[in-house]
Design a protein around this ligand. Sequence first.
Ligand SMILES: [Zn+2]
Length: 348
Amino acid sequence: MTVPSGVWEERWHPLREEWIIVAAHRQNRPWIGQTIATTPLRDPVYDPTCYLCPGNARVSGNQNPSYAGVYVFDNDHPCVGPLAPDPVIPPWPNRVQRADGIARVICFSPAHNQTLAEMSADAIADVVQVWQQQTFDLGRRPEVNHVLCFENKGAVVGVSNPHPHGQVYATNFVFKTMETECFAAQKFWHEQHRVLMREIIVAEQQDSRRILYEDEHTIAFVPYFARYAYEVYVVPKRTVAHLYALNSIEAQSLACAISAVTIRYDNLWQMSFPYVMAVHQAPTDGSQVPFFHAFLAFHPPLRRPDLLKYLAGPEIGGGNFLSDTAPEATAAALQAVEPIHYRASEVQ
Ligand SMILES: [Zn+2]
């Protein structure tokens, strides 16, 4: 029997309080399955058929203004909203409530073909500022208990329109991930008298192998307990429960970190790198959460340029992730690429 090479162990995810199986010794096993075609052709800066481009009509009939920076509008197909009907009361133990809340779309840029990876840090800072404002404004509403800002990027995560945009869901419930993190951080606070994320930052700094970006106010790293191969956390160093508590210098630093991470993503395989990104913020229900440390999490679905991470038995059936790559190896791959976007010299 041969001794396996590569990381083969189970790592504890302290924010989720669950085990991750890291089975990197299996990485080279034969694979037969679906592949993802890369598209080297560049999209135009303006697409007359795009419902997000400036001046174009949306499916609702509303027309976008000729916006120049970040543009926010109410989602034409909201998953939650004030027009949701009163539900039918089901028999116990089932429960139901109105799908109340607000769903909005944030266009990051008027340029159809410019993702966060190709936007300047200043332009990304404008996006951060909108996340701050939207969280503050929507979080104050009595019917809103949580604000989730996120970006789905790429056809492989179900986004057919390449126009750079994210979404905001302001809901009457707290999304499960943040609820779980809130519970774990509160438990850690009571047991250790410390902020859990601050301890995670210190551990990453001590190890240092998985750090992709660091300045005075922000750090970005592939977490020790990453669930997805190229998962990255972008974390403000100061503990704030919501992004709007960051000052302008900290917000600018956060934008620089987002830029650095997304550039490395695109450069890794010279493609527009798909991911799901979520801003992890505390509930907005008025509860005091000094232990909650807001951050951004990028979850790329690809393991290789042409290979998706499929959620299967362990993840969907069992609820725990199985990772085929060591976080140290994927961090090293992201560290090894150029810090300037590979398309920076192309004519827009
Ligand atoms: Zn567009």
